[in-house]
Design a protein around this ligand. Sequence first.
Ligand code: BTN
Length: 336
Amino acid sequence: MTLDDMDIQQRLVLAFTQSKQPISGEELSHQLGLSRTAVWKHIKQLEALGFTFEASTRVGYVLRDWPDELMPALVKPHLAPDRAGALGHLILWAAERESTNVTAIQLASEGQPHGTVVTCGVQTGGKGRRDRAWTSPKGGMWFSILLRNPCALSQAADLTLLASLAVQRALAKHGVNTRIKWPNDILLNGRKLCGILAQMRTAGETIDYAVLGIGINANFVEQDLPADLQGKATTILSATGKPVYRPRLLADILAEIAALYRLFDEGGGFADIRDEWLAACATIGSRVEVQVGREIVAGTAIDVDDHGNLLMLLDDGTRHRVHSGEILFQARDVIP
Ligand code: BTN
């Protein structure tokens, strides 16, 4: 399927989601500038993707059912009207990608605008932090957001700390109550539900662009995760017994991220939301082992400061501050 085909299909779906009435083949062919045979061909392709249309010779087509994929035409009706800093006004979906971060980085180098969101149904080479693979089956939410000049390089850690709160807030709106594990994992019932991978290109003291990749184990079951994650990771469907409507959840996450990132324009950052972030954090008071370079530092997590550093009380009674930058953005996470 070509990019143009994809675009036509998304416009077709948007025409249906925006209209309460049946739409005739003639009207669709007029709106899209296509022959009626071409419209019919696109309707058939959408049916193969899980859309159900009802066709009646007199009134036209009605959209009866659709898949809950992160397609632009399904997400857009839930986005707030365009405003400065808004995210997701260009959403690029594909049934399968190697990794949405890989695509977003490529698009960034080709000049795609700030706020572009890359989504897909399945990732075949999903990337986790520290060079780990990220299992990305059908039913999950796999997406990356392109952010141009989001903040100063000194605030790089803030990007993911703020994003973790945005995801936590949006999930709560959907009845999924999660906690944050420092620095930016999202836990449901103590198990990992969501991970965030930020990759950046820097220029001096500024961030040229950042790609914020977010993966949420949504509408599939824990058994679809690899054996080594059983008992450590969970999914919304397994933990709550109910699926979420992914297009709406994505729109809500994008709105929360955009709202929190406005803090950067006002000269603020993590410090402004630290109290709320700490209230949502599951790490403080727990015993933790943190990888700092090649070393593992063990102790009790006692606080997170205004810059997102984790403050630990070590077993010998000394205090140790772990700079989030060391953990979030290792050399291999930065695109040269
Ligand atoms: C982690 O290790 O916790 C980070 C996982 C990040 C996974 C997401 S899924 C969407 C985006 N594309 C990727 O290849 N990775 C991120």
